[in-house]
Ligand binder design. Sequence first.
Ligand SMILES: [Zn+2]
Length: 101
Amino acid sequence: MKPYRLKRKRIARRRINRLFEMAEKMALEGRIELANRYVEIARKIGMKYLVRIPKQYKRRFCRECHSYLLPGENCTVRVKKKTIIISCHNCGNVMRIPFAR
Ligand SMILES: [Zn+2]
């Protein structure tokens, strides 16, 4: 891959991380709408520059309706055997994330 493309990807990755940090901050302040906006922008950047959303952030928003998920606020997090089950209160989608060990 061409160097300038790699550089752009690096910048995109940094922006995605920053957006998720801000989304978390906003969600904790009760500004879910704004948090959702940040998630949307982060996703768009990811798609445009073909950058994957980092693993730790993937479970922070709903796979269906893309709303930012704040446990106890708009989603329920349960642990069953070796799976984390996150249910979105917005659209009712259930995500199952297996974890090792
Ligand atoms: Zn949802």
